[in-house]
Design a protein around this ligand. Structure first.
Ligand SMILES: [Zn+2]
Length: 271
């Protein structure tokens, strides 16, 4: 029914909303369970969760983007990195509206289609209550550490589960990293954010990310940091998307082990 379940470790599940290929993760403890991201809340997510655990659920978002948080309506309260709390303004909604507005006035794309795409791209907080994530989420016999990692959004957080040597990273690291979603992010400064997190990530073996079903090897972190430091010096391609405050570029960096890493960023972010 649209949501695929995969057991990825003991008491740990990946739920993928297949039409959009976006993952949510369920970590079950002795007393509570943690859901990292709520996706679009579609594909029978609530029913699948009930099948996997009868424990009280703590819902959290790795960051407040629609593909990670539009299922928040299924819960009474949701935890999110403090800087991403909806009352801070949801800057990615402004970005989505800016792009939609451009195509509405400068293209022949039907208004209804633009509206449909925009609906997917907007955050729509409802009745649910938003609370800032704390340093640790206690599940009973399983403590999941929360590590702020500002970059993809100001409030992006990583979830470190020492029980399974796993890091759940949302969109904070991947082979196509979007920096333009948070214009104040500078890639070189973001490299330092990851560098400073490294001592806490020593035992991590796998990185689970939101838009790829296979985990990344822990060695990817070093390759990512190195690439963040050199992006801008090499090959770069313009993205055709219009209506953004600056032109988005794709900065490419080749890594011997992991292939090409790309960074979607404004020129002002790679200086
Ligand atoms: Zn995102």
């Amino acid at each position: 029914m649209g949501t695929k379940i995969k057991k990825i470790a003991q008491d740990t599940f990946m739920l993928t909303y297949t039409p959009m290929g976006v993952n949510q993760f369920l970590l079950v403890g002795e007393q509570k369970a943690l859901l990292i991201d709520t996706g679009y809340g579609k594909g029978g997510l609530d029913k699948k969760l009930k099948k996997l655990t009868s424990l009280p659920l703590i819902a959290a978002n790795s960051h407040l983007h629609p593909d990670h948080s539009n299922g928040n309506f299924l819960f009474e309260s949701v935890f999110v990195g403090e800087a991403d709390l909806p009352e801070r303004g949801m800057p990615s909604n402004d970005l989505a509206r800016g792009v939609a507005d451009y195509y509405l006035h400068n293209s022949r794309i039907p208004k209804a289609l633009i509206g449909k795409i925009l609906k997917l791209g907007l955050m729509r907080p409802g009745q649910e209550k938003y609370l800032p994530l704390e340093d640790v989420v206690e599940l009973g016999g399983r403590s999941v550490k929360v590590l702020p990692c500002p970059g993809h959004t100001p409030g992006s957080c990583l979830f470190l589960d020492e029980n399974t040597a796993s890091l759940f990273a949302g969109d904070a690291i991947n082979g196509a990293f979007w920096a333009f979603t948070s214009p104040q992010t500078n890639l070189k400064e973001y490299a330092e954010v990851w560098e400073s997190l490294k001592p806490r990530l020593q035992g991590v073996k796998r990185l689970w990310i939101s838009h790829h079903r296979a985990p990344l090897d822990a060695g990817y972190i070093d390759a990512f940091i190195k690439a963040l430091r050199t992006a801008g010096a090499g090959e770069c391609k313009l993205v055709g998307i219009k209506g953004t405050p600056e032109q988005v570029n794709i900065y490419k960096v080749k890594d011997e082990k992991f292939g090409t890493l790309t960074f979607w960023a404004y020129p002002s972010q790679v200086r």
